[in-house]
Design a protein around this ligand. Sequence first.
Ligand code: NDP
Length: 464
Amino acid sequence: MAHDFDLLVIGGGSGGVRCARIAATHGARVAVAESRHWGGTCVNLGCVPKKMMVQASEYGEHALDGRGFGWSTEPGTHDWRRLMAAKDAEIGRLNGIYVRLLANAGVTLFEGRARFEDPHTVMLEPGPLDPSFAPRRVTAERIVIATGSRPVVQPHIEGYALGIDSDQAFHLPDRPERVTIVGSGYIGVEFSGIFAGLGSEVQVVYRQDLPLRGFDHDLRAALAEAMAARGIRSHPGTLLHRIRRHEGALRVTLADGREWDTDLVFFAVGRTPNVEGLGLDTTGVRTTEEGRILVDAGSETDQPGIFAIGDVTNRMNLTPVAIAEGHILADRLFGGTVRDWSFDTTPKAVFFSPPLASVGLTEEDAAARGPADIFLARFTPMRHTLSGRSRQSVMKLVVDQESDRVIGVHMLGEDAPEMMQGLAIAVTGGLTKADFDRTIGIHPTSAEEFVTLRTRTRTVGAAR
Ligand code: NDP
């Protein structure tokens, strides 16, 4: 039977848009259905507005730092509403770009919410993006689910509904003076820096001994110090127990009984895949108990012809990963080309100030695999010798002893994400410590440290 489209993509976020656009450029008849906002989480409620807010939060410190260089700069006051308006205008512009990119590639856009009726048929109904959307049924030879994820809520916590999540954090009418953040993953750490930089008093509650579980231990320890240096109060090793209203504010109580008053409780405790209402039960698509769609190495679900990419598969929830999955899938299905990539060498960054960035194995993971040499540098960046700000950079190489390959690079410090992009090429290419050593540095930079680390700090891991 002839279908309406060769490919229907459900979800107009970063991964879905890339997949649809590339498939269309290969000549496929493609449609995308989006019910909330073009560009998905990254553009509307994630990476893009977050980075603008991080940048906004750094100007006050820059003004103070300028004094060490002879400027008589004052941070002045920050206008939250002006920042929100500027951010919203830019996001509106980006939404338009996404629509144009798709339309110019010849993709059909449906501003409706999709529900499977069978493995090749989807019913489209009105959603928040266009409440007047006329319902219609479409069929497609292949369907890609790219519906993303949303913040987790914690209904077991008494008064949890008094708190907000990251979706709401992007639309607060005013900046709260006192903020309590629950969770110390990417979002908790990034927003702790945003609010602290803009002048709020910030406390972070988390259950580990250090923030950012999964990152290299030295970076996590350095981050805990960097958070303290910015006046952020951490409460490690504990859980939030209760939130209640108290004299015009919110009173939070921890599991160990400590309590304080705050103006905002912000839950940053992970994200969950968007699969509700998709009608997956009418297909052979299988999910895990938490709702993550199971896919094989080619992004195909258990239902032949239905694929899933990005956060809805809940593997590595990063925009560039979703984009890579979407692009590679479209190339393979409609362009006949094959390209591979690996989660193992996917770089990642956390935009605290100073930011963190990593690629490859942590020292702990490397040690579990075999002997590895660790090269570690910790120093005050040049800018802060004059600014007087207490800020340290930490840089680290993890080198496989047997092959001499650099298998992990980690940094906390200014411009770490910008440096890590290039270093990720070296790690992806399997370059050795000898290659790093024969590379000439650029002076004076912090980055040159990565090619001048000569003294091994320690060796970890047992002989294979
Ligand atoms: P993360 O998974 O990064 O962190 C979740 C945090 O919540 C952890 O501190 C975790 O603790 C804690 N937590 C989870 N469940 C509970 C619980 N039941 N009780 C108490 N604490 C709990 O999630 P985020 O919400 O910060 O971010 C979601 C994802 O979005 C990230 O993992 C990342 O993939 C992506 N993202 C990427 C960004 C970037 O690339 N810069 C920026 C923002 C988000 P524990 O460690 O103990 O599990």
